[in-house]
Design a protein around this ligand. Structure first.
Ligand code: ADP
Length: 497
């Protein structure tokens, strides 16, 4: 077959822009470590480095029954977790859609009493013995500790204390602003006389860290919990004495910030999605620039915009579009005018309604399919282009170009992920102190993108301070951060009271 040399050359030129070299990775790590330290010292830095008031991680021997609830947006999930104490657990759960009217209720009570009623129904359905016994003879020891995953911006000032900063995701209950969401829930639980204590306010990355630490093989405690899904973020175990800003936070709370200092540890929520704002070391192709400019939050979450599931499809779309609209007609992606000299086919095979022309038109799962494709003539990529982008009859050469771009974008995301993870590993000094360093990860990108972990590992080997020791870094999937993880946070919160 004739090949379209011009297309191949242009695709290669774009691929080169996504290359993130050994030197880049190391520069990234240095800057990440610098921003980590800066974030531990003061407020208002690119890496927020938020103290979570969780001061220990489980090792898999913990036992008991704990509750977890998750108000994420559309749904409210309630679950109970039974920890068997040998790294295993069982979990029961229910899920209910939050009525739209409650998302915009007049009073906080309306929403939170609805939540409390769901918890009551769950206890009646799954823990009726306990529920009835408590009703007859309420004793404090029989309370369930509950971990509350509340995925809205809160200013957390204690393990079970956090004031709502603002609503997002379509919620709008003015009365709740500035109030402690744990207290709002507790009040409604008490009104129903439920044997439940809101023990912890939970961030999902901390949940991932805890869930992995409980389930990871052996008694190795986990160092990092990281999410590579719609967004990206990580939490890790820090030495309390390195959290210099704790002192000023304590003072701001009038000495009221109440947490367990005995472990000498503090789990930190890095909020690394905003690493390197404003841009200094992150790669910045024209596609990154355009994506950012046309996003709802230009200049913000620059790391996340190069790494997470929400954005990789859009980066690809812009790169494909630049090939499609290329001023040199010989480049001509999806135009099929390269090799069929005496064929009078239409020169454009892309339907104007194609998602190729719509912002956010390509989902990151598309990249996973293409990266995975080993079929003859990239038949699967062709089918996927047809199904998802309404692009009929893409040539094999087109598909090769698409695959080159996909690979470049996915691999860059993985190497950037390695920057964040590698920086935390190095800064912790754990490779020197421990035999094994454990990382828990969650999210569709790391779970499904072919080779994502291997690209991270390849970058680890290139990082000064890791190198050969990459073998002693273990990465494992940690699902159920908002169920198991939240339950475990309730457990450690109660222990440290
Ligand atoms: P969330 O982070 O919202 O809790 P997920 O971990 O499932 O949920 O992440 C959803 C994100 O992952 C979306 O941005 C989606 O585009 C992306 N995604 C979904 N499936 C895949 C896949 N197979 N490969 C890569 N990314 C995927």
């Amino acid at each position: 077959a004739l090949t379209n040399m011009a297309l191949e050359a242009e695709a290669k030129r774009i691929v080169a822009q996504f290359e993130y070299s050994v030197e880049d990775v190391n520069k990234g790590v240095q800057e990440f470590i610098r921003e980590m330290e800066e974030g531990l010292e003061k407020q208002g830095t690119p890496l927020s480095q938020i103290p979570t008031y969780v001061t220990s991680v489980p090792n898999g021997t913990e036992k008991g029954v704990y509750l977890a609830v998750d108000l994420g947006g559309t749904n409210f999930r309630v679950c109970s977790v039974t920890l068997h104490g040998n790294q295993s657990f069982s979990l029961q759960q229910s899920k209910v859609a939050v009525p739209r009217s409650l998302m915009e209720a007049k009073t906080a009570t309306e929403l939170f009493s609805f939540l409390a009623k769901q918890i009551e129904a769950f206890l009646v359905a799954h823990h009726s013995d306990h529920f009835e016994k408590h009703k007859q003879n309420p004793v404090a020891e029989e309370f369930f500790d509950l971990g509350f995953t509340f995925s809205f911006p809160v200013n957390q000032i204690g393990i079970n204390k956090g004031n709502l900063m603002r609503w997002t995701k379509g919620y709008d209950i003015e009365e709740a602003l500035g109030k402690d969401v744990c207290e709002l829930l507790q009040k409604e639980l008490d009104a129903l006389k439920l044997p439940v204590r809101v023990a912890a306010l939970v961030n999902d990355t901390v949940g991932t860290l805890m869930a992995r630490s409980y389930t990871s093989p052996g008694k190795t405690k986990t160092l990092i919990g990281a999410i590579f899904g719609t967004g990206t973020n990580g939490a890790y175990v820090e030495s309390l004495d390195k959290v210099k800003k704790m002192k000023s936070i304590d003072e701001a709370e009038g000495g009221q910030a109440n947490y367990d200092k005995s472990t000498g540890l503090m789990i930190i929520n890095t909020e690394w999605g905003s690493f390197d704002n404003p841009l200094k070391v992150l790669p910045n192709t024209q596609y990154d620039v355009d994506l950012d400019r046309e996003s709802v939050n230009p200049g913000i979450q620059m790391f996340e915009k190069r790494v997470s599931g929400m954005f990789l499809g859009e980066i690809l779309r812009r790169a494909l579009l630049s090939l499609y609209e290329h001023k040199d007609p010989k480049v001509a992606l999806f135009k099929d005018n390269s090799s069929h000299d005496n064929d009078i086919r239409s020169t454009t095979t892309v339907d104007p309604s194609s998602a190729l022309f719509k912002q956010w038109g390509i989902d990151t799962s598309f990249l996973s399919i293409v990266e995975e494709d080993q079929s003859d003539h990239l038949r699967i990529t062709k089918q996927t282009l047809e199904r998802e982008l309404n692009i009929g009859a893409a040539s094999t050469e087109d598909c090769v170009a698409v695959k080159m771009l996909v690979h470049a974008i996915g691999k860059r995301a993985a190497r950037l992920s390695a920057v964040a993870l590698g920086a935390v590993v190095i800064s912790s000094n754990k490779l020197k102190e421990d035999e094994m360093v454990d990382i828990g990860v969650d999210g569709s990108l790391v779970e499904y993108y072919p080779g994502f972990e291997e690209y991270i590992r390849e970058a680890f080997r290139e990082i000064q301070g890791i190198g050969e020791d990459e073998k002693r870094i273990r990465i494992g999937l940690a699902k159920d951060g908002s169920g198991l993880g939240a339950a475990l946070i309730a457990l450690v919160a109660n222990k440290s009271d």
